[in-house]
Design a protein around this ligand. Structure first.
Ligand code: SAH
Length: 351
């Protein structure tokens, strides 16, 4: 008999899966709470179930949170950033990062194993196979940290889908995971405390608009002219950045959320004053915030991070044009926190 994976099921799906086993609806509710509210990683922990129910669950279901392996684990010296490479049973691995901010704990999750977008500066697509993560595997990344935080009575308060992979190419699973986190008997995390970051897959942005949730949208822009953006992000050939911005405007008009534009600063490539002016022109008068990200150098890619002065100058141009702008706070630089770097270095047998 092939066992079904229970982690990642909605309440309705659990009820349907338990029915043929003769288990009542309220049992599904109890199991849902054990998994998503109390972060249980084994059926034995479910102390309000009978021994025979636990045996039935063990016979028919797998529970992936109990099977995940921590392949690598790194903590920044300041103790604020904790990064793990999590391994699933099929050998696939993904990176997940937990950051301790003043407002609470934020977890950055991956949506795919590897990435097919081939952005010039990113380590996510460097090696290894690619596949979508299941909703359970997406959720399990949050619960890995939630279980650790529970020990100190703390909670994950923000979830950002900004790890490896392109979430809009796995949107159904991403949304299923976020919906479960949002449930009262899940973690009760508000959609406003969740962010999906995309390289600009327009059908995905449109679908998200139709869903009408108040999830924050982040667009990885990285260049505000056609030629430059195509050279950095091949996806620009399929979904031109001006069309992407239009789709993001519609998203923002639909739910009132400010769109975040991520702009990685690569020394000598997209960090000139002219680049800043072009960017300001494209985003002027919009409900947006620009997040400047001084590049994390990926040795295989050969890009450099600009000097602090260059970042400041770029920042000032946007400010003068009255554009909301922030510079990404650097966290975990000492532990390979940039996208895909830990996985890449592990797959090539790094340190
Ligand atoms: N595919 C999605 C989400 C994953 S990437 C997207 O493109 O938005 C998350 C963010 O990290 C993106 O803005 C990405 O461009 C950025 N990023 C990738 N490589 C980086 C690097 N070497 N240094 C800094 N940021 C990087």
């Amino acid at each position: 008999m092939i066992k079904q994976e229970i982690f990642g099921m909605t309440l309705l799906e659990m009820q349907e899966a338990l029915l043929p086993l003769g288990m009542k609806k309220f049992r599904a509710e109890q199991i849902f709470r054990w998994l998503y509210e109390k972060s249980a990683v084994s059926f034995e922990e479910m102390t309000n179930l009978s021994k025979s129910d636990i045996a039935l669950l063990q016979e028919h279901f797998t529970l992936l949170t109990g099977q995940i392996k921590v392949l690598r684990e790194l903590k920044s010296t300041d103790g604020l950033t904790h990064k793990v490479l999590l391994g699933f049973t099929d050998g696939a691995s993904v990176e997940t990062v937990c950051m301790h901010h003043d407002y609470g704990y934020s977890v950055c999750i991956s949506s795919q194993v590897g990435c097919s977008m081939d952005c010039a500066f990113c380590a996510s697509g460097l090696q290894g196979q690619e596949r979508n993560l299941t909703a359970g595997e997406i959720l399990a990344q949050v619960y890995y940290f939630q279980r650790l935080l529970s020990i100190q009575d703390a909670r994950v308060s923000r979830v950002v889908v900004m790890g490896s992979g392109e979430p809009m190419l796995n949107l159904d699973n991403v949304l299923k995971a976020l919906d479960i986190l949002h449930e009262d008997h899940g973690q009760g995390i508000g959609y406003r405390n969740m962010t999906i970051s995309t390289c600009g897959i327009i059908p995905g942005i449109k679908k998200l608009t139709e869903m009408g949730r108040t999830i924050n949208l982040a667009i990885s822009l990285h260049a505000a002219s056609d030629e430059l953006r195509t050279s950095l992000m091949p996806i620009n050939k399929t979904y031109n950045y001006l069309e992407v911005i239009k789709a993001a405007d519609e998203y923002s008009e639909g739910n009132g959320r400010q769109v975040m534009y991520e702009y990685i600063l690569l020394a000598g490539i997209n960090d000139s004053l002219d680049d800043a002016r072009i960017l300001a022109n494209v985003l002027k008068h919009k409900n947006v915030v620009v997040n400047l990200i001084p590049a994390n150098p990926v040795p295989e890619k050969g890009f450099k991070r600009p000097s602090g002065n260059a970042v400041d100058r770029f920042f000032q141009v946007l400010k003068e044009q009255k554009i909301n702008v922030t510079v990404r706070k650097e966290m975990g630089k000492d532990i390979d926190a940039a996208c895909g770097q830990l996985r890449a270095s592990t797959l090539v047998g790094g340190e």
